[in-house]
Design a protein. Structure first.
Length: 131
C-alpha cells in the first residue's frame, strides 16, 4: 500500500504492541494512547481479528515538524498498527516517513528529524516483531 511499511511479527498482535510500547518508553518516548479495535468492535456486537493501534512519539521532534508545516500534526504523533490476517499471521504497519514529508510538503528544515523518525521506526519495529 502506498505510504505504508508493513513487516511480519513473530508475536500475536497484543504482544507486538506490548513489546513496542515497552521499547519506545525505554527510549524516552511517550505512549499517548493504545486502541484495541477488536475489543471496541466486540462492544458493539461485531467481530474483528486482533487489531491494535499504538500512538507514540517524542513531542520535541513532532513540534519541530509542526513548526515547519503545521498540518503535519494530523499525522503526529506516529502510529503503528498490529493486526492479524485471515491466516493468523501478525503484521505491524506504520506510515512511511517519506509519505508524511510529501503529504505535508515538509521543507529541508525537517530533513534531520524525518531521518531520525525513519531510523527510529526501523529500530523499534524490528525489536518489537522479532525474537
Amino acid at each position: 500500500m502506498n505510504g505504508l511499511i508493513t513487516i511480519q511479527s513473530e508475536f500475536r498482535a497484543k504482544e507486538t504492541i506490548d513489546r513496542l510500547a515497552a521499547i519506545v518508553e525505554s527510549k524516552g518516548m511517550t505512549v499517548f494512547a493504545r486502541i484495541d479495535h477488536a475489543a471496541n468492535a466486540e462492544q458493539v456486537g461485531l467481530q474483528l481479528r486482533p487489531t491494535e493501534l499504538i500512538i507514540f512519539g517524542n513531542p520535541k521532534a513532532g513540534t519541530f515538524l509542526m513548526q515547519d508545516i503545521q498540518t503535519s500534526g494530523i499525522d503526529l504523533p506516529v502510529k503503528a498498527l498490529a493486526w492479524e490476517d485471515e491466516n493468523g499471521k501478525t503484521w505491524l504497519t506504520h506510515n512511511e516517513t517519506g509519505w508524511i514529508t510529501e503529504r505535508h510538503q515538509l521543507t529541508s528544515k525537517s530533513a534531520n528529524i524525518i531521518k531520525a523518525i525513519e531510523d527510529g521506526m526501523k529500530i523499534v519495529s524490528l525489536a518489537a516483531t522479532k525474537k
